[in-house]
Ligand binder design. Sequence first.
Ligand SMILES: [Zn+2]
Length: 95
Amino acid sequence: MAKKRKRKIDNECRQFQVEWSLKYFFIKSSENALCVICNETVAVMKEYKLRRHHQSKHQDKYAQLEGKVRAENFYKVQNKLTSQMTLFSKSSNEN
Ligand SMILES: [Zn+2]
């Protein structure tokens, strides 16, 4: 019996890839990719878009970070950003 090939290329291309986080300092934010460094969103989930953003804006500071250091830096900025988000949503609830 021949197996049916199921290919979901369309979906896969549009999905946020976990590896992009460390590569380009992006996280998934609803339908967009969000840069944890400058809070800018990229609406198109394409690797070259994220790469271009990272290279044009953050290359100087982050290009030389590799491996563990890069990961540590990513989690540091990410934590900072998510705690800011929590603060923001708290204060907007109170208003
Ligand atoms: Zn950025």
